[in-house]
Design a protein around this ligand. Sequence first.
Ligand SMILES: NC(=O)c1ccc[n+]([C@@H]2O[C@H](COP(=O)([O-])OP(=O)(O)OC[C@H]3O[C@@H](n4cnc5c(N)ncnc54)[C@H](O)[C@@H]3O)[C@@H](O)[C@H]2O)c1
Length: 280
Amino acid sequence: MPAGEEHKNLETVNYLWKSFLENGLDRKSTVIALGGGVIGDMTGFAASTYMRGIDWIAVPTTLLSMVDASLGGKTGFDLPEGKNLIGAFHPPKLVLADVNFLKTLPERELISGMAEVVKHGIISDPELFELCKNGLSWVKDNLEAIVKRAMAVKIKVIEQDPYEKNMRATLNLGHTVGHAVELVSKFDLRHGEAIAIGMAVEAKYSAKVGLASQSIVEAIESTLKKLNLPVEIPNEMSHAEIIKAMRVDKKKNAKSIRFALPVEIGKVELIDVDDLEDVL
Ligand SMILES: NC(=O)c1ccc[n+]([C@@H]2O[C@H](COP(=O)([O-])OP(=O)(O)OC[C@H]3O[C@@H](n4cnc5c(N)ncnc54)[C@H](O)[C@@H]3O)[C@@H](O)[C@H]2O)c1
């Protein structure tokens, strides 16, 4: 399949279904998704619907897909109106994450994946957050430890709440603003870069409404910067467009949008917000 978020669409999923048929896959077959999050999300979705659902195995090859996308069973694809609007919960039977794959990963992709690692630290592993403060070259020498710890955070959350009834929504930290910024950038920003911006903006909002202290905001911003991640919404981006994109995002409910806001390093709270301009 061609690389890139712009191919995470129904056309590619259709191509997968047809390939499954052409290659004689039946209800007992298992599909192996070898690749990053885009490949995993679409392969998992195609498997979830092919002949009413067949098994799949995730072999994530990007940092982001190892620590995040391959875990938790969310599969799907994008519509022009927004990311991941169509999908299904269909967990892989097995996730095989081998950090040797990361040796060939472009640096920008590695940095993008670190945004989700930082996120997992903020959600529930202050020690992991501390490790991220060591910066990019330390991280490169300690990938196995980082990947194991970051996977453990997500596994803990999804085991407690597999279908996002409550606490799984804490994993959306940085994602409400982040997804919107990613969409408005027309995917010029990598997923993790957009999430880094989202985390910084949402942390500032959390301080503004009195949930987090200024020192938390500074810790989050400086850690992201040490990993060469962006923390500001690009100047040329229109707030109106970002707000529109946030409203389409699947995490909205009727009147307000639910944000996962950092309270301290290791703790996140779910808060409904009406005034989105105030967040930006
Ligand atoms: N399902 C979930 O819970 C979940 C969670 C987070 C993100 N996601 C999704 O994951 C996607 C982003 O995933 P991603 O960051 O892995 O991006 P990606 O799948 O687009 O991969 C990034 C790039 O790296 C290349 N690549 C992959 N592995 C490589 C390797 N080992 N060496 C060299 N190049 C390699 C790919 O060809 C691609 O060009 C988004 O669509 C996002 O919505 C899903």
